[in-house]
Design a protein around this ligand. Structure first.
Ligand code: SF4
Length: 633
């Protein structure tokens, strides 16, 4: 292998149907072509999960790929990718988490873990260096993620863990994998493990990850630690977490979706606080972080932790501890449900983590149910007697519990996310079901952030903010090499979004947290990659790797039948302008989206139908994929 460090050259493969466990060599060309993390995962997913397989059947796989920097000590190099065919969208699935288990997997001597097949009975996968076994997990089945983690920590002290909760067991399409209180959340990875009857994974490794140039790496780690320490964003992130910019999103930009996206501004919370300042907005971390934070539980080896671990002693909800709601959850259990009580938002966050549900998808689905209820489309009887009105925290808590267990009429209706729920209910409720390709959107009212609207529409895994990470560039108007970006106009967005996606794929391949993208720019990566692997890969080649990864992900979806018709937006985003606030009047009509799609496909070198061309795929050294799906001659 060309690389002198960073890789073991080993794939651990576990077949749950046969019980076979084997170690295979990492293909020679993988490090230079795909780097690691999501790069390895995307390529393997394309190669090993053929078109049209049932995402909840034995043919689907869970491919776990720690980023290249994981375990090396590089600041925020903490992310592990969980790659799978998404049961939520039917397409490419990938979920990232600051998972301790990724680091342990590498220390155990593996670059990649592939889980395939399906067990008849609940099992736990135990990995301790070269010792790998499947053990019965009947006593774990039915436990919440927290209960399972606690039990595993007693039985396997010193091991990192990953568990699904009841929602994953019950095959909820919006269920997660919890990895020591960090969540691989989006696209239904919990249901994939649930369908395989794999309750969890515990991992411990004792090997030293090979590093090509250890001395140089030590110096670089020190250099970047100082950059992080002195950066103004570090202090804000550490004091208030990712919700730090909530007030700005809400009051300055008017792009904080509220009441199931009926509004782009959480008016109720602000009216209550009147002129008293953001410390009196109860879901704003300026209020809750100093009051409730008792510590931090960051991703492994993070040197700018955004984690706000809180202890809540609530009259309504009892005492509980949770890693405090991050920005997306302040929206999904706060703004979009119009709940402005921090303790309730935190409790919903705690429950979702314990039950194993994606906070974004679950919140947006409940918000849809609240709107349906208030419009008289969902009756009280159909809502299992709940008064499912906006702002009703008690009803939201009950709905969430029901979703995880598919309990009652409401649980069955909501368990699989908003697309399925609106199809089940009908009655015109599809018009206010917020999703792209079946995935519920995060906390950016893209009617007022046009580049992000395009990013939602073309996103390979549905409406997410992380594949492009372009919301900051759009909202501030500049970032790194980008200047003069106008969020209110749907022009010049094609290149911007394609470039952001390619660059973010490098973060995901190396496992670098995107909260450090104001510190590490593209120029920061080559020296780190070289110190870890010994491979001299410049900025231009890194961007080609990012582009290659994005094209393979797109090819995976094309093979499943996705194309331009699926690169669309929810009805509300296209047809209902933001009614008031700083982004009043903005929306993304279909003609504007169409123009942005043309621009994007052109920037990508794809056909007008959104299919990667043979020429582009050949240029990216993907001849087999060019043969499979490439457009043109
Ligand atoms: S900044 Fe936050 S999300 Fe990123 S690695 Fe650190 S703790 Fe994890």
């Amino acid at each position: 292998m060309e690389a002198k460090g960073g890789y073991w050259g080993k794939i651990l493969r576990v077949n749950l149907t046969t019980g076979e466990i084997k170690v295979e060599p990492l293909p020679e060309e993988f490090p230079r072509k795909y780097l690691g993390g999501v790069g390895f995962g995307t390529r393997l997913l394309y190669d090993e999960v053929p078109a049209k397989v049932d995402p909840l059947g034995p043919e689907n796989k869970m491919i776990i790929t720690p980023g290249l920097f994981v375990g090396t000590g590089i600041g925020t190099g903490s992310k592990t990718a969980f790659n799978f065919k998404s049961p939520l969208t039917g397409g490419y699935g990938r979920s990232m988490a600051g998972a301790k288990m990724g680091e342990e997997l590498k220390k155990a001597g593996y670059d990649i873990l592939i889980i395939e097949g399906k067990s008849e009975e609940p099992v736990l996968l135990v990995i301790e260096d070269d010792n790998v076994k499947l053990v019965p997990a009947n006593e774990y089945w039915g436990l919440t993620t927290g209960e399972a983690r606690k039990k595993a920590k007693e039985e396997y002290p010193g091991f990192a863990t990953a568990f699904i909760g009841p929602a994953g067991e019950n095959l909820s399409l919006i269920s997660i994998i919890d990895t020591d209180e960090r969540q691989a959340a989006r696209g239904g990875p919990g249901a994939v493990l649930g369908s395989k009857k794999l309750k969890g994974i515990v991992v411990k490794g004792t090997k030293k990850i090979p590093i090509a140039e250890p001395e140089k790496l030590r110096e670089l780690i020190k250099k970047w630690a100082l950059v992080f320490k002195d950066h103004p964003a570090t202090k804000a992130d550490m004091e208030y977490g990712s919700g730090e910019f909530l007030d700005w999103m809400n009051r300055e930009r008017g792009t904080f979706p509220t009441r199931n996206w009926q509004m782009g501004f959480f008016k109720k919370a602000y009216e209550k606080a009147k002129e008293e300042g953001r410390e009196h907005i109860y879901i704003d971390p300026y209020y809750w972080a100093p009051k409730y934070r008792v510590g931090r539980r960051p991703c492994p080896l993070c040197n700018k932790p955004c984690s706000q671990y809180v202890k809540v002693e609530s009259e309504k909800w009892g005492t509980f501890m949770v890693d405090g709601p991050e920005y997306e959850t302040l929206y999904s259990f706060g703004g979009v449900l119009e709940i402005d009580d921090f303790e309730t938002v935190a409790y919903l966050n705690y429950l979702a983590d314990e039950l194993g549900l994606d906070t974004i998808s679950a919140g947006v689905t409940i918000a849809w149910a609240m709107e349906a209820y208030e419009r008289g489309l969902l009756t009280k009887e159909e809502a299992d007697g709940l008064e499912l009105t906006f702002g009703n925290g008690e009803a939201a808590v009950e709905a969430l519990k029901k979703m995880a267990y598919r309990e009652g009429n409401l649980g069955k209706l909501l368990a699989d996310g908003v697309k399925r729920a609106s199809e089940r209910l009908g009655r015109g409720s599809e018009k206010f079901a917020l999703h792209v390709k079946g995935m519920e959107p995060p906390a950016y009212d893209v009617r007022g952030i046009k580049g992000m609207a395009l990013a939602f529409a073309v996103n390979v895994r549905g409406a997410d903010h992380l594949t492009s990470g372009a919301y900051g560039t759009e909202l501030v108007g500049k970032w790194w090499k980008f200047e003069g970006v106008d969020r209110t106009k749907g022009e010049n967005k094609g290149f911007e979004i394609a470039f952001h996606e390619n660059l973010m794929a490098i973060y995901d391949a190396t496992g670098t947290c995107k909260f450090s993208r104001h510190m590490y720019f593209l120029e920061g990566f080559p020296e780190l990659v070289e110190a870890v692997t010994g491979m001299n890969i410049g900025e231009a080649e890194l961007m080609v790797i990012g582009e290659r990864i994005m094209n393979i992900a797109r090819a995976f979806n094309v093979r499943e039948g996705f194309g331009r018709k699926d690169d669309t937006l929810p009805y509300r985003i296209m047809w209902e302008p933001i009614p008031e606030g700083p982004s009043k009047g903005l929306h993304v009509p279909p003609w504007e989206l169409d123009r942005m799609l043309d621009e994007y496909y052109q920037a990508r070198g794809w056909s007008r139908d959104g299919i990667p061309t043979k020429a582009k795929l050949m240029a990216l050294d993907l001849p087999d994929i060019a043969d499979d799906i490439g457009a043109g001659i």
